[in-house]
Design a protein around this ligand. Structure first.
Ligand code: PBG
Length: 329
């Protein structure tokens, strides 16, 4: 290379002006990269989430207004999470498949008012079960195949209400294929699956469980189904399985602590890789910013840029609206 000519290496030439930096830039965030996770409850007013300052539990009316704001800011989608009142939680989580439940109502309301916004839904039982587990607990164990049968019904309930994307976050084996077959059998061939493919048993989910009152009961963790944060190889195995079972997009979660996993899957995945910047990642930035220790907006944008640079084509983030607005200027 130039070394042979004894020319000095000057990488700074590509940073010399805004115009040159613009030519050299590899990663650019767009509002359409973002999906906003939203919490909805059965109340008639919006209420702040104590465990996640800056986030709301929306009433159905509030949700529709927020959805319009998101779409106008160029955000591509929302992911709906319901805070189920404790009197509707049961050991087997029957409310998860109620066609008149909170989430089906929320899906229908958003699709009627803001049809251009993609509506994604969470398929897992934790907000609905008294155990707080994503699956059915039988004999002290989260059982796989009986859970998948319920998840299939939950996914169909969401598709019938108008969901665009099903997001199975439960980490049961074989659920993507079963959900795909059931959707196709009912003619929902255009309803996609964004699978939680590499979902780790992460401490970063704590604030989210406060938002939904969905923390696991009795000290039982989720390590028998969510992945061990020590591992990378099994993310590839989960990717192969989810793609073979018909996943349209595969997600890595959490995002910031798993940039290596995003990059590894992105190198190899035949379908788009997405990432979920979770509640604890959001809260760490918020807390540091509230203490005056960091520049909130700059850190917010850099955290998202890093996730995209790692290989994510879309990002679920509680910053979706704020980041989109910043990009719009
Ligand atoms: C439910 C679910 C969780 C999150 C998304 N879907 C919590 C969990 O698995 O315990 C976490 C999202 C966040 O922390 O922002 N299965």
């Amino acid at each position: 290379m130039n070394d042979a000519l004894h020319l000095p290496q000057r990488p700074r030439r590509n940073r010399v002006s805004a115009a040159i930096r613009s030519m050299a830039r590899e990663t650019i965030l767009h509002p359409g990269d973002f999906i906003q996770p939203v919490f909805v409850h059965d109340g008639t007013t919006d209420e702040p989430v104590d465990s996640m300052p800056g986030q709301q539990r929306w009433s159905l009316d509030g949700l529709v207004t927020f959805a319009r704001t998101l779409a106008d800011a160029g955000v591509s989608g929302i992911d709906l999470f319901g805070r189920i009142p404790s009197h509707l939680k049961t050991p087997m989580g029957e409310e998860a498949t109620n066609p008149d439940g909170l989430i089906p109502q929320a899906i229908a309301a958003v699709k009627a008012a803001v049809p251009e916004l993609a509506v994604m839904t969470d398929v897992a039982l934790d907000p609905y079960t008294t155990t707080g587990q994503d699956g059915l607990v039988i004999g002290g164990e989260v059982v796989n195949d009986p859970t998948v049968a319920v998840l299939v019904q939950q996914a169909l309930t969401h598709a019938r209400a108008g969901a665009d994307l099903i997001g199975p976050s439960d980490m049961m084996d074989g659920r993507v294929g079963e959900i795909r077959s059931a959707l196709d059998a009912e003619g929902f061939t255009n309803v996609g699956i964004m699978s939680y493919t590499a979902k780790y048993a992460s401490a970063y989910y704590g604030p989210f469980r406060g938002a939904l009152d969905s923390a696991p009961a009795g000290g039982m963790g989720k390590e028998t189904y969510q992945m061990d944060p020590a591992n990378s190889r099994e993310a590839l195995r989960e990717l192969d399985l989810d793609v073979a079972e018909g996943a349209d997009m595969v997600m890595v979660k959490p995002a910031g602590p798993c940039l290596d996993i995003i990059a590894r899957l992105a190198d190899y995945s035949p379908v788009p890789v997405t990432a979920y910047q979770v509640s604890g990642e959001y809260l760490m930035i918020e807390a540091a910013a509230q203490s005056g220790w960091i520049d909130r907006d700059a850190v917010m944008m850099e955290s998202l840029l890093g996730i995209k640079r790692a290989g994510a084509s879309a990002i679920l983030t509680y910053y979706a609206l704020d980041a989109a607005r910043r990009l719009q200027g």
